[in-house]
Design a protein around this ligand. Structure first.
Ligand code: 9PG
Length: 666
């Protein structure tokens, strides 16, 4: 498939996309769609189109809306943008707006048979699972509402039906037998949340809709709205298409991408909330002593220093010298100081919630909107701050001005950010949820200043592009692989588990250095105080190193065994390449990755699935010159991996183990 270019034609009021150079890629019967609310009753408007100027317009005299659609080539991709105008005399409440949607009367073809497809479903926020599905599989949300609040977009739950998938912002689909692939995604996401939904039947794709959530806001008489641009491209490598999409969307959203990845240490995954000044300083000393083996840039104090969730400027009694004193000690030892906050939530009993109940997003009953119940913090729930309220924005600016410019913390881990985008009633009723979140983030950036290093966490992804320097792209790691709860109520994909973190670190590698620097969450290398086995630790270390994101240790360093230190040293040798996933659509947890650096190219066979996998990789296809050697050595086991005709044969790779080959870059 050479230079497959999408072209569009209008037939009988509907759009058809063909792929020049690939007869087997086709989308037939696309139309714009708007869902208007009459009371609580949603009505779908699907205008027929006619040519108008260099685009199209709706051809529908009876509708209160008019629409114009622009479609332009961008490289080999097409970019579509819809403008909708309210020509009636009353304000209209809009639920959803789709620049392009296909229903049962249309068709989408990628090769011969829908049963051969894989679909990559992007998750809503940092901790939401992001994985590929086969058409017979069902995507399930976390089991209870209590979990869903902090893991999915509550306005867009999964349908829970086989073959039906709703992907946040971007979707990748492909035929696993014949190789045709299609990627479609919105180029910007700070204006409103968006996604692409598909429904795959046994023989046909009966629904494909790229949709913006208009959050049931009003469109005034005479007013117009224009959707974020939708980018669609076809080809034969879904990972390459996702890379292109992430690059173009990152440019559109003016992503912040630093020259290098800082390395760090974080208190959470050894101490959890059980931290104090002495424990932090013990690790500062250890980091200074191991500087030649681990060049750590920052030391980040996590959850546990604050007097209450919400009261960030008041430390508790375990930090008697205050946070400015501690940062001075950290910086005095030659590290940048980092600190955790959850800036958009406050817990029952905090001064913030007691003193300013009017600063919170409201639910239907007019009381503060519930955002989280975290057993680690005790009984009371947490509530969502209203980041469209000017006083809240002032408070955010001044809080972060203090933390950065008076206390001296330059690395900010900003957690539980989804709260600012929860559905509810806000001070500014015309702000979308994505806009509300963005205003909160912008206020933090203003207070912290341009030099602060902002790491988003628990954050809906696209509204943060252009504000944060790094973003957690997966669930929390843990000193265990996965558990009964991870597999049942978290559906083996959402929420805390090392397995879940590894999956997302692989499947979301394509946004690294295009939207921000990826934060894969922490590396734990310890071999005590953990349930992780050595091969599991190697698998986590390989994943973090070869995907090139932030490398942040979270162990009690004084206690690291020589074996753990040796494992860390091996992992550090693998960083610095540009990752490309080979099998993103092929399995639940992808396993093959090529990471090309200036000097070396690392090939990793990472099996984070719970069954063994037979893996081979065509090295020649990825430009790897083996110099004719008949085998290469696996970094972890020292065992040899045979190479024949440029293909590495990893054989049967057991679950929760990895193989790593290193070649000089050709
Ligand atoms: C600190 C931690 C760490 C970690 C973050 C985040 O739903 N929950 O109750 C829940 C608790 C903790 C959590 C995520 C969800 O982890 O990802 O790195 O900073 O907070 O409390």
């Amino acid at each position: 498939m050479k230079n497959p270019r999408l072209i569009h034609t209008l037939r009988a009021g509907r759009l058809h996309l063909d792929c020049q150079g690939a007869a087997n890629i086709l989308i037939e019967g696309l139309q714009p769609e708007v869902v208007i609310l009459r009371g609580d009753d949603p009505r779908r408007w699907r205008p027929h189109l006619r040519p108008a100027g260099d685009g199209f317009e709706s051809n529908d005299a009876d509708s209160p809306l008019t629409a114009t659609l622009k479609i332009e080539p961008r490289g080999n991709a097409l970019v579509a943008q819809l403008t909708v105008t309210n020509r009636s005399s009353e304000a209209l409440r809009l639920r959803e707006v789709s620049p392009l949607a296909l229903r049962a009367s249309g068709d989408l073809r990628l090769g011969k048979d829908v049963s051969e497809w894989g679909v990559f479903r992007q998750g809503y926020q940092s901790w939401t699972g992001a994985r590929s599905f086969r058409p017979t599989e069902t995507d399930l949300d976390p089991w209870s509402h209590l979990l869903q609040v902090s893991l999915i977009d509550l306005r867009r739950p999964s349908a829970g039906q086989p073959g039906r998938f709703r992907s946040d912002t971007v979707i990748a689909m492909g035929n696993l037998v014949s190789g045709e692939a299609l990627v479609a995604g919105f180029l910007s996401g700070k204006e409103s949340f968006a996604g692409v939904e598909v429904s795959l039947g046994p023989r046909q794709c009966g629904l494909w809709a790229a949709t913006i959530d208009w959050d049931d806001r009003l469109l005034a008489p005479g007013a117009s709205l224009t959707t974020q641009p939708l980018w669609i491209a076809a080809g034969d490598d879904p990972s390459a298409l996702l890379d292109d999409y992430a690059r173009v969307s990152g440019e559109t959203m003016q992503a912040r991408i630093g020259d290098r990845n800082p390395t760090g240490w974080c208190s959470w995954y050894y101490y959890f909330t059980n931290i104090d000044e002495a424990k932090i300083l013990e690790n500062v000393q250890a980091l200074a002593a191991m500087r030649d083996r681990f060049a750590c840039d920052y030391v980040q104090v996590d959850d546990g220093y604050q007097s209450a969730i919400g009261d960030w400027l008041t430390p508790n009694s375990k930090f008697p010298h205050g946070m400015a004193w501690l940062s001075e000690r950290i910086r005095g030892a030659g590290f940048e100081a980092g600190i955790w906050t959850a800036p958009f939530i406050a817990r029952a009993g905090s001064d913030l919630l007691e003193q300013h109940p009017d600063w919170f997003v409201k639910n239907d009953r007019g009381t503060p909107c519930f955002a989280l119940w975290n057993p680690m913090w005790g009984f009371g729930g947490c509530y969502a701050l209203d980041t469209t309220h000017p006083k809240v924005l002032d408070w955010l600016r001044s809080t972060f001005r203090t933390i950065v410019h008076e206390w001296g913390y330059n690395v900010l881990k900003l957690d539980f950010l989804y709260a600012a985008a929860l559905p509810g009633v806000r001070h500014d009723r015309q702000a979308s949820r994505a806009e509300a979140l963005r205003r909160g983030l912008d206020a933090i950036r203003e207070g912290a200043g341009d030099d602060a290093f902002l790491i988003g966490c628990g954050c809906p992804l696209t509204p943060a592009v252009g504000v944060v320097d790094a973003m957690r792209i997966g669930p929390d790691v843990a000193p265990f692989w996965s558990g009964v709860l991870s597999r049942s109520i978290q559906r083996d994909q959402h929420g805390v588990a090392t397995k879940h973190a590894i999956r997302n670190t692989l499947t979301r590698a394509f946004v690294h250095r295009r939207w921000w620097l990826n934060d894969p969450d922490c590396l734990m290398v310890r071999d005590s105080d953990t349930d992780l086995t050595i091969p599991e630790i190697q698998t986590l270390a390989t994943t973090i190193a070869v995907t090139d994101g932030l490398l942040v240790l979270s162990d009690r360093l004084e206690k690291l065994s020589p074996q753990s230190q040796a494992l860390l040293a091996q992992a550090l040798k693998l960083v610095g390449g540009t990752p490309r996933l080979v099998d993103i659509l092929e399995r639940d947890v992808p396993a093959l990755l090529v990471s090309r650096g200036k000097e070396q190219t690392v090939v990793a066979a990472i099996n984070a699935n719970d069954h063994s996998l037979r893996l081979t990789l065509d090295l020649a296809k990825y430009g790897i010159n083996t110099g004719g050697a008949p085998y290469a050595n696996d970094l972890w086991s020292g065992g040899s991996v045979p190479i024949a005709d440029g293909v590495a044969n990893f054989g049967e790779v057991p679950p929760r183990t990895s193989r790593v080959l290193v070649f000089p870059t050709a």
